[in-house]
Design a protein around this ligand. Structure first.
Ligand SMILES: C[S@@+](CC[C@H](N)C(=O)[O-])C[C@H]1O[C@@H](n2cnc3c(N)ncnc32)[C@H](O)[C@@H]1O
Length: 301
């Protein structure tokens, strides 16, 4: 089966995500969420063992709130870039969602999710570019996948075109009045991924990815969606990365057994370097809520 993407290729994704489910399970929390948690109201001195899963579930609830899922709604939900299924599992236990479809282009994640057999959940090994749902969705969420929808060599015009195609597809998949949420890292300030940290992460950790800027997201979504909520929190990612780093440090022996001493060192460096990138304000994290426009507007992007 061929996976179509104009952004990170299936091989790029495998390079990162197929390093081994057991390795990621060592330093992610029990939800296996691999995106920034939401730390509002979680005390700094709360032990990591409870604080991180609580902050991750708060993030998942925030996205369900952004798409307007209320108790008893029983929505049909699409999760674009579902990872190891943090949202799919959360949603499957919740009467706000009755059916959930998750897209990933990582074979290891897909096999892991298929084996989990969560009730009401359909994992698919498929890029959003190939997705043709049988029925419309009430809501679409996506966390940490948009960073893969463009690649380093693209021009701004090419990125805008790819992002606009994503929003157009979401518009097509959603029912009238449908809602959507997006969580993505984005460049802030003058940064554009050049410099030693960006180059190390781009070549040794996440080959094939390119972060968006807020102006690009705004231009690309405008014909299809109105923005109804937007928050930025570099701190949320910095604190999540610090928590992952501490967990990886504690699991050093087992991590080295699974990915070797070099793999362990590379991930420690990536987590620390990324934390510093957020603390210095070179990148930030957006969580955006959207409402589907009844008809696309004729705007040039
Ligand atoms: C950082 S992980 C985030 C996983 C999950 N959303 C979470 O919060 O834990 C990024 C996910 O995006 C997926 N992805 C990347 N490009 C994709 C594409 N073109 N279509 C569908 N999924 C994609 C990857 O397979 C991976 O599951």
């Amino acid at each position: 089966m061929t996976i179509t993407t104009a952004g990170s290729s299936a091989a790029d994704i495998e390079f990162h995500y197929d390093l081994g489910n057991d390795f990621y399970a060592l330093w992610l929390d029990e939800t296996l969420a691999y995106t920034a948690a939401r730390w509002d109201g979680i005390a700094r001195d709360e032990p990591d063992a409870t604080a991180l899963p609580r902050a991750q579930r708060a993030k998942l609830d925030h996205h369900l709130d952004l798409v307007g899922a209320r108790p008893g709604d029983g929505l049909r939900l699409l999760d674009v870039g579902c990872g190891w299924g943090a949202m799919l599992e959360h949603a499957s236990r919740d009467d706000r969602v009755a059916e959930a479809v998750g897209l990933t282009i990582s074979r290891a994640q897909y096999e892991f999710l298929t084996a989990r057999a969560l009730p009401g959940v359909e994992p698919r090994l498929e890029s959003w570019e190939d997705h043709t749902p049988e029925r419309a969705y009430d809501a679409v969420v996506s966390m940490g996948a948009f960073e893969h929808f463009a690649t380093a060599g693209m021009t701004r015009a090419e990125r805008l075109d790819g992002y606009a195609r994503y929003f157009e597809a979401c518009h097509r998949w959603l029912r009238p009045g449908g809602r959507m949420s997006l969580q993505t890292i984005a460049y802030d300030g003058a940064a554009d991924g050049s410099g030693p940290v960006g180059e190390f992460v781009g070549s040794d950790i996440f080959p094939g990815g390119r972060l968006p800027r807020l102006s690009e997201i705004a231009a690309a979504c405008d014909p299809y969606f109105s923005v109804v909520a937007l928050t930025a929190s570099a701190e949320d990612y910095a604190r999540t990365l610090a928590s992952w780093s501490a967990r990886l440090l504690r699991a050093r022996e087992e991590a080295e057994r699974l990915v070797g001493p070099e793999g362990y060192r590379r991930y420690r460096r990536y987590l620390r370097a990324s934390e510093v990138t957020f603390l210095r304000g070179a990148a930030t994290l957006y969580r955006i809520g959207f409402r589907r426009r009844a008809e696309p507007l004729r705007l040039s992007v």
